[in-house]
Design a protein around this ligand. Structure first.
Ligand SMILES: *Cc1c(COP(=O)(O)O)cnc(C)c1O
Length: 247
């Protein structure tokens, strides 16, 4: 029998997971989550990395942060995994599919402009198999039409386009640490945020609508409900597994 995939394992995962348990900090945003986020921020140059429970959830966060509403249109490649569409369709948006290029299997950047209408709010390019989309052209179009760009970089961790990390071009970048990916934590992902101004809202959405991230940093005396949100934090045990992978 040939397995579809073998979960990546380097040897140190078990020690780090034991350490997480001994830290008595197995919920989200513990020491290993911090280490992983800082590692990703350093290696990619993104302003902020937030670990999430999956790439699907990172994309959902990006859709919420992009204020995607009923009737909006989002442009994405006709060839991708379901999550790219799910995140936006869940917010009531219409998925507008654009054909791919046969050489890279990525969205054909020359067809994007024709797909733009008055309702278009975002473009979600997917870096298939870690091969970068034509980000210069895509960002130029997005800037001209004032569109948000959410990169599905699920398969693009530590891959680059013209020397810049995938996931750092658009307003938001989404990584996957699913068992089938190159770096893993079982189930998990990350949201990369390009602009500092979007960090606070992202932290609140990820932490059930509260400012708990600020509370942990000692910036407020109590944490309070600020806005709607959900729970997108992975356990620090999973982050411990990921840290061994990243190292
Ligand atoms: C794997 C994958 C996802 C989903 O990742 P999860 O972490 O399982 O949610 C999304 N998009 C692409 C292109 C993928 O390959």
């Amino acid at each position: 029998m040939i397995n579809f995939n073998v979960p990546p394992y380097t040897g140190k995962e078990i020690d780090y997971m034991k350490e997480a348990i001994e830290n008595q900090k197995i919920c989200g945003d513990g020491p290993f989550t911090k280490k992983c986020s800082e590692w990703i921020e350093q290696k990619t140059g993104t302003a902020k990395c937030l670990l999430t429970t999956s790439c699907t959830h990172a994309t959902e966060l990006a859709a919420l942060l992009s204020d995607i509403e009923e009737g909006d249109e989002v442009i994405l490649p006709s060839y991708t995994f379901v999550s790219t569409a799910d995140a936006f369709v869940l917010r009531g948006a219409k998925a507008v599919f654009v054909d791919i290029r046969p050489d890279t299997m990525n969205i054909d950047e020359t067809l994007i402009e024709d797909a733009i209408t008055e309702r278009t709010k975002a473009i979600a390019p997917v870096h298939y198999a870690g091969v970068g989309c034509e980000m210069d052209t895509i960002m130029e179009i997005a800037n001209r039409y004032h569109l948000t760009v959410v990169e599905d970089a699920a398969q693009g961790i530590m891959a680059s386009y013209k020397g810049k990390a995938l996931g750092t071009f658009g307003d938001y970048g989404c990584f996957s640490f699913h068992e089938t990916k190159n770096f893993s934590m079982g189930e998990g992902g990350a949201l990369l945020i390009r602009d500092e101004k979007n960090i606070e809202t992202a932290e609140i959405l990820r932490e059930k609508g509260t400012d708990r991230s600020k509370y942990y940093r000692g910036q407020v005396d109590k944490y309070r409900w600020q806005n709607y949100g959900s729970s997108y934090l992975p356990s620090d045990m999973n982050a411990a597994y990921l840290y061994a992978q990243l190292e």
